[in-house]
Design a protein around this ligand. Structure first.
Ligand code: 6CS
Length: 339
């Protein structure tokens, strides 16, 4: 799209250019938006709202590519960085392999779990809204929004209450290295894999469990493939929406404003939606799978895992450096303020 526009400027004679100026439809672009989820999942709800706003307020259109249509998360990121796609929703659970600072959202027992605090943290927090922009820019990405999708809960074949119980359990994680460190620290044997491999891995007992928010577990039948769902309280599934930064920089002021306004509307909308999602997900699981065991670790049980999380946080800081340490510090301040 970018190259077409440059070509247009250099070769079209001025008479045609004048005609073009009076025909706004000529400047209408189709922007491609890839995500890791389906249209009715949180990323999909956000994308559809964003698309509606863009199309309502301009002649541009958005084509959404849901999960599976353009390969796995890593493939989609490559295509976005190469400029073949304009927008991408990718979670730190995958992006963290490329941007270590983004793994702040994966540090166990850092993020809040109370939905109202979560909303404030993501809506107003300085860490979320100010500290990552420059970092993503270094990777050719214009960061637009970061939002949660619900509390991470662990589904396994057997109940666990402490790290000893997790010994030998093969837990699938997304591909960010800090997730492997987390589950190692928790006593399990983690295996990183893309989303596309997980269902098969559960069916063939290549893995014994995984983590995800309830809304996703229910939607993709992960409860049907495991026997116990455990609330450990260790994290919040987080995702981020970005644009290719060259594409973004080449836009005129009006289009940048259009994207920022659509982002603000979609962000506000999804933050309200996700507050309800954990509960909706859990209720649906209880309804459709009444025999499924649901465990909430007690504070005393959580304390053992929290103790193990300290070393994981240090691993994050070792990799993400001073910037990472500053992010964690600011996140704690933002959470205190949100409470
Ligand atoms: O576990 C995963 O890989 C997936 N989980 C969610 C909630 N969204 C997309 C991601 O690929």
């Amino acid at each position: 799209m970018k190259s077409m526009r440059k070509l247009t400027h250099s070769v079209i004679p001025s008479v045609i250019a004048t005609a073009v100026m009076f025909s706004p439809a000529v400047f209408a672009d189709e922007w491609k938006y890839v995500m890791e989820e389906g249209l009715s999942d949180p990323q999909g709800l956000y994308a559809v709202k964003f698309k509606e706003e863009i199309e309502k307020n301009s002649d541009h259109t958005i084509k959404i590519y849901p999960v599976g249509t353009l390969g796995e998360s890593a493939d989609a990121m490559e295509q976005t960085q190469a400029g073949l796609l304009q927008f991408i929703d990718q979670s730190p659970g995958f992006t963290g392999a490329m941007i270590p600072e983004a793994e702040a959202f994966l540090v166990p027992y850092l993020q809040p779990t109370d939905p109202k605090v979560v909303r404030e943290f993501f809506k107003k927090g300085k860490a979320v809204n100010e500290m990552f922009h420059e970092i993503y820019r270094e990777h050719g990405l214009e960061l637009l929004a970061i939002f949660p999708e619900g509390e991470q809960v662990v589904t396994t074949m057997e109940e666990f209450r402490n790290p000893e119980d997790l010994e030998g359990m093969k837990i699938r994680t997304m591909t960010s290295p800090l997730l492997l460190e987390t589950y190692k620290a928790f006593g399990a044997s983690p295996i990183a894999m893309s989303w596309g491999e997980l269902i098969g891995a559960l069916k063939t007992n290549m893995v014994d469990g995984q983590e995800n928010p309830t809304i996703w577990i229910e939607a993709y039948g992960l409860d049907e493939l495991t026997k116990v769902l455990t609330y450990t309280g260790h994290g919040q599934y987080t995702t981020a929406v970005m644009a290719n930064s060259d594409f973004y920089d080449d836009l005129n002021r009006k289009d940048k404003q259009l994207i920022q306004s659509a982002t603000a509307v979609a962000h506000s909308y999804i933050l309200d939606e996700v507050v309800k999602m954990d509960e909706i997900g859990l209720n649906k699981i209880k309804e459709t799978n009444p025999g499924y065991k649901i465990v909430r670790l007690t504070e005393a049980e959580r304390a053992v895992f929290k103790q193990r999380a300290v070393a994981v946080e240090q691993k994050y800081i070792d990799k993400a450096g001073k910037r990472g340490a500053a992010i964690i510090k600011q996140m704690r301040k933002d959470i205190a303020a949100a409470m």
